[in-house]
Write a protein that binds this ligand. Structure first.
Ligand code: PLP
Length: 582
């Protein structure tokens, strides 16, 4: 992983400048501050960099769990940054937020369920006073499912309007402590009109609460500001239909309009924008380990004697594309080839054809299908879905030294396509295509969709590998969510990383500021409850028993133990690499 902290800083500045410009343009009589949501990328260096870059803009943090709150509190320092504490709260989490307030920091617990109102009253009863609070509301309109994969039509969290009205009737004293109103419209929201509608609805609630005596100062419009991951052919995607500047202008204008109409002072605007700050700063470099090609039928291969009709038919198609003179005939041929292949597979499963014949039929199937697909491609024909799946099966499998489950969880879980491209031979037109597969034993461990202008976005245009030369691919926009959502499937751990910072004083214009080793095999196993000492001890016992029985010289036994110890200290990926701890 290559991390570029300068990109984090640039994004922080870009977002604040967009809001500043919108505020000036609209004549908005208050300010804007971003709260970085820790969950989007909680790595300490990432959070610290964002806070440092955002200090001049009054940047704060959003947290949503016990651990995130502890991390956020650790960043409070001497700053005046606001911390908004979302998430389901237990008493100790609420108490920590209150303790931080007692220490003079603005840490706002956000009430998001009726039960939390009651908890605030009881925690405060012990300490005597009700803390400064926020409330999260659940919007009924404006956001609906569709293009926006994470939009929240029926959000898990937040007070409904009915909850809010009831809570305020029961606890008017809480209203006087309410300084922040929050809603969250979803993540990677594609349509600006939906964000506008949500902001309008929330602004109405804000104005109403102010008119009823709430001490509100902040309106927090949550996350949702989308980034452009690139187009995936004509497959519907969640690319935003707006820029950062348009997002800022819309939020500022809508809140201004509602507040002016309702004659209430405009709030300090907050947004919990995470993806837009972090997505671009991290690039994952993935080495290609091998390319698994489907074998074709050689011209000289003789068919096994008494081959069945389907094998003979496949071989005929493989050798001359007879009859496929127009696209209709080619589609027809493709269907017959596919059927012939399935027939051979059934015959083999029933023991009616030999392994040799089955192997020949498979090669003939690959050659024949590729020939007909080329005819279709040359004619510019659009493949129906079933033939696209067949074409995909014939594409080379490119085995890459990574885990989709660890490094690309949003692709696995939500079908998000990320920009992927080679990092060298950039002036050469890619002549080959491939489907990227990972090291895990799972068939889900593959990349199914690519950012590409091609009509077939299920394959990646690539360079044909050069014998002896390494091929490395870069996966871009890895900085938001991917690093925390990933799992340890197959015990593939964290990758090694370097942090690269621009530096004009360096000859190359940049410097490598930090190198972080990959998770070692021993560290990965420790997370699963295995201790390195025990692993080594049990290996030692095995060796001792062989040596004691006279089956192995002791120096060989010592060599095995040395290699095992080294292995445990290396990384979990196929090429342990220089970053791995030795
Ligand atoms: N705030 C809350 C409460 C969230 O749940 C999320 C993510 O879903 C965010 C902020 C961050 O959203 P985004 O990354 O779209 O800016």
């Amino acid at each position: 992983m290559i991390r570029f902290p300068d990109i984090l800083r640039a994004q922080v500045a870009r977002l604040h400048q967009a809001f500043h410009a919108a505020i000036v343009r609209t004549g908005y009589a208050n300010g804007y501050r971003c709260l970085y949501p820790v969950k989007v990328n909680p790595l300490r260096h990432v959070v610290a960099e964002i806070l440092d870059a955002g200090r001049e803009f009054g940047m704060g943090l959003e947290c949503g769990s016990r651990a995130e709150l502890a991390a956020a509190v650790s960043h409070l320092g001497d700053g005046s940054g606001l911390v908004v504490c979302n998430g389901v709260k237990d008493e100790s989490m609420l108490a920590l937020a209150i303790d931080a307030q007692r220490l003079g920091r603005q840490v706002l617990p956000v009430i998001q369920s009726p039960g939390e109102f009651a908890m605030v009253r009881s925690v405060a009863a012990e300490g005597g006073e009700i803390p400064e609070l926020g409330a999260r509301i659940r919007l009924s309109g404006g956001i609906s499912p569709g293009r926006d994969r994470c939009a929240v039509p029926d959000s898990k969290f937040g007070l409904s309007m009915a909850d809010l009205v009831e809570a305020l009737e029961q606890s008017p004293e809480v209203l006087r402590q309410l300084t922040l109103l929050h809603f969250h419209p979803g993540s990677q929201v594609g349509d600006l009109a939906r964000l506008e509608r949500a902001a309008r609805e929330a602004a109405q609630v804000y104005a109403t609460l102010v008119q009823r005596g709430a001490a509100l100062q902040f309106l927090d419009v949550g996350g949702g500001l989308g980034v452009n991951y690139g187009d995936v052919g004509d497959v519907p995607t969640t690319q935003p239909n707006y820029s950062i500047a348009e997002y800022a202008r819309t939020i500022v204008a809508v809140v201004n309009e509602v507040c002016c109409a309702r004659r209430v002072p405009v709030p300090v605007l907050l947004s919990e924008s995470g993806r837009v700050l972090t997505a671009h700063h991290a690039v994952l470099i993935v080495p290609v380990l091998s390319v698994r090609k489907r074998r074709e039928l050689a011209a000289e291969t003789a068919l096994p004697p008494q081959s069945c009709g389907s094998t003979v038919m496949l071989a005929r198609w493989a050798r001359h594309v007879q009859g496929a003179r127009d696209t209709n005939q080619a589609f027809d041929a493709l269907a017959r080839i596919d059927e012939g292949h399935r027939d051979c597979s059934t015959r083999f499963a029933e023991g009616r054809i030999s392994l040799e014949e089955y192997a020949v039929s498979e090669r003939a199937f690959v050659t024949a299908s590729r020939r007909v697909l080329r005819v279709l491609q040359d004619a510019g024909a659009r493949l129906p879905a079933e033939f696209r799946a067949l074409a995909n099966r014939l594409t080379d499998r490119v085995v890459c030294d990574f885990s989709v489950f660890r490094s690309l969880p949003d692709h696995w879980g939500a079908g998000q396509a990320f920009p992927v491209m080679p990092i060298d031979r950039l002036s050469e037109r890619p002549s080959s295509r491939g489907v990227l597969v990972d090291l895990t034993c799972d068939s889900d461990g593959r990349v199914n969709r690519y950012v590409s202008a091609d009509s077939d976005t299920s394959v990646l245009p690539m360079h044909a590998p050069r014998p002896g030369a390494a091929t490395d691919l870069a996966f871009f926009m890895m900085g938001a969510y991917e690093e925390v959502l990933g799992s340890a499937h197959n015990l593939l751990g964290g990758v090694s990383e370097i942090h690269v910072r621009l530096d004009e004083d360096e000859g190359k214009g940049y410097r490598i500021e930090r190198a972080v080793p990959a998770t070692s095999v021993a560290d990965m196993l420790a997370q699963m409850g295995y201790s390195e000492a025990e692993l080594r001890a049990s290996m030692g016992e095995l060796v001792d028993s062989r040596v004691a029985a006279g089956n192995m010289p002791s120096h060989s036994g010592r060599g095995i133990l040395r290699r095992y110890a080294t292995y445990l200290r290396q990384g979990t990926y196929s090429r342990p690499g220089p970053g791995a701890k030795q």
